[in-house]
Write a protein that binds this ligand. Structure first.
Ligand code: NAD
Length: 420
């Protein structure tokens, strides 16, 4: 089953629970626009190399498409379509005026020099330029892309559209000296912590003292580890693509971060060396998934011992594994809610760029907290209304909001033109 089929399945499941109209089911089942681009760069050794990239706009009924750009060898159209579909749902869950988009290049960018990476980014930008823009489609960082790469996208877009004054708003996640927002780096994790705390509050519990395992120690996972450790949680295990490390008494996260910077992996940190499969099965209260999709499947979900699984990554649990987790009494805090802090602060950056403003870090943090907590309450209420889990509740909430946008558009549109 392809990743996009998973997305369709989740939309269909919510559609069936809420009795979604057949029109909306059709609209949400396929992306509005998919673009494949093939382009080349000159490697430092003088050789020409071809690359394939993608940009997908899943649904734009609520606003411009919004979603990251991923540089990874496993990027393909089905993955990008799935990620774009999840963005349509996510932006509606947190009620920001965007639709869903996503992009990517099939590349092992770790093998490129800085100059090659810049060429790759600029050529990709030129290739997708006809469909992006501050009010059409606004890319952002994702796996293996960062602020510098976003700066190159904005700059290349500006070269193509020199008369667009608001060109910086074509992309978010830029560096602070180039229109980026304070608080963007930590936003995904901070938003995840707000959701986790809001959920624990419903059980009169707190993160302090909780034993937490985190898969993935990149932007999302490392920030999550730092924030939670700062709140008194015990981070018992972390991992990256090379493996993981475990300490039942809690890892020193500052030391783990230092080792990761110096040696390129958390595996060199002090503690028991473990594999990623062992991390997923480790003895803990909360398992945080912050790496890639399809990490918990029917094959390994039985081994999960945590009572809460928080999805900071997109699509880390297959729909079948999710069902099994809920059956065994584990609550899943779903990706489309838990990791929405990133796109929310991207929205704040976009607003600051369009209004020519600069917000303080405290303002951004306060707005984000309010937004994530409101979204959690909306999702929890919807899930309670339909007696369903939080993932299905998130999808139902989002589909209702998208359906509302469709109804507003439909009633405003003239059915036929009589001027011809
Ligand atoms: P990143 O590239 O900074 O980090 C990814 C981490 O996962 C790295 O530590 C990598 O080594 C690790 N990893 C890769 N394969 C692994 C494997 N098989 N097992 C264990 N670890 C593995 O990426 P990121 O920005 O932190 O994104 C991580 C996830 O969070 C992705 O699914 C992304 O779509 C999602 N996400 C990120 C943001 C954001 O703002 N960064 C926002 C929303 C969602």
């Amino acid at each position: 089953m392809s990743l996009y089929e998973n997305t369709q399945k989740l939309i269909a499941r919510a559609g069936a629970t809420m009795n979604l109209s057949p029109e909306m089911r059709l609209i949400m089942n396929e992306p509005e626009r998919v673009l494949t681009v093939n382009f080349h760069i000159h490697r430092d050794n003088g050789k020409l190399e071809m690359f394939r990239g993608f940009r997908v706009q899943h649904n734009t009924l609520r606003g411009p498409a919004k979603g990251g750009v991923r540089f990874h060898p496993q990027v393909d159209m089905e993955e990008v379509k799935a990620l774009a579909g999840w963005m349509s749902i996510k932006c509606a869950v947190v009620d920001i005026p965007y639709g869903g988009g996503k992009g990517g290049i099939e590349v092992d960018s770790t093998q490129l020099s800085e100059c090659e990476l810049e060429q790759l980014t600029r050529e990709f930008t030129r290739a997708i330029a006809p469909i992006i823009g501050p009010r059409r489609d606004v890319p952002a960082p994702d796996v293996r892309t960062n602020g510098q790469i976003m700066n190159w996208i904005a700059d290349e877009y500006h070269k193509i559209h020199p008369n667009e004054d608001d060109y910086l708003a074509v992309v978010t996640g830029k560096t602070l000296d180039n229109g980026g927002s304070l608080g963007r780096d930590s936003a995904t994790a901070a938003g995840g912590v707000h959701v986790l705390e809001a959920f624990l509050a419903t059980k009169n519990e707190k993160v302090a003292g909780m034993r937490i395992a985190i898969q993935g120690f990149g932007n999302a996972g490392a920030w999550m580890a730092k924030i939670l450790a700062g709140k008194g949680a015990k981070i018992v295990a972390v991992s990256d693509s090379r493996g993981g490390v475990y300490n039942a008494n809690g890892l020193d996260i500052t030391a783990v971060e230092k080792i990761k910077d110096e040696k390129g992996s958390v595996t060199a940190a002090v503690g028991e060396q473990i594999s990623n499969e062992q991390l997923l099965a480790s003895e803990c209260d909360i398992l945080i998934l912050a790496a890639l999709e399809n990490q918990l499947t029917v094959k390994n979900v039985d081994s999960v011992r945590a009572k809460i699984v928080a999805e900071l990554a997109n699509g880390p649990t297959t729909p079948e594994a999710h069902e099994l987790l809920e059956k065994q009494g584990t609550t899943v805090l779903p990706d489309v809610l838990t990791n929405a802090g990133g796109v929310t602060v991207s929205f704040y950056e976009w607003e600051q760029n369009l209004r020519g403003e600069k917000w303080s870090e405290a303002d951004v943090a306060a707005k984000l907290e309010k937004s994530q907590k409101t979204a959690f309450a909306d999702v929890a209420n919807t899930a309670a209304e339909f007696k369903t889990d939080l993932r299905n509740g998130s999808y139902i909430l989002a589909l209702r909001r998208i359906e509302q946008a469709f109804a507003e558009k439909h009633s405003a549109a003239e059915s036929c033109s009589d001027s011809v």
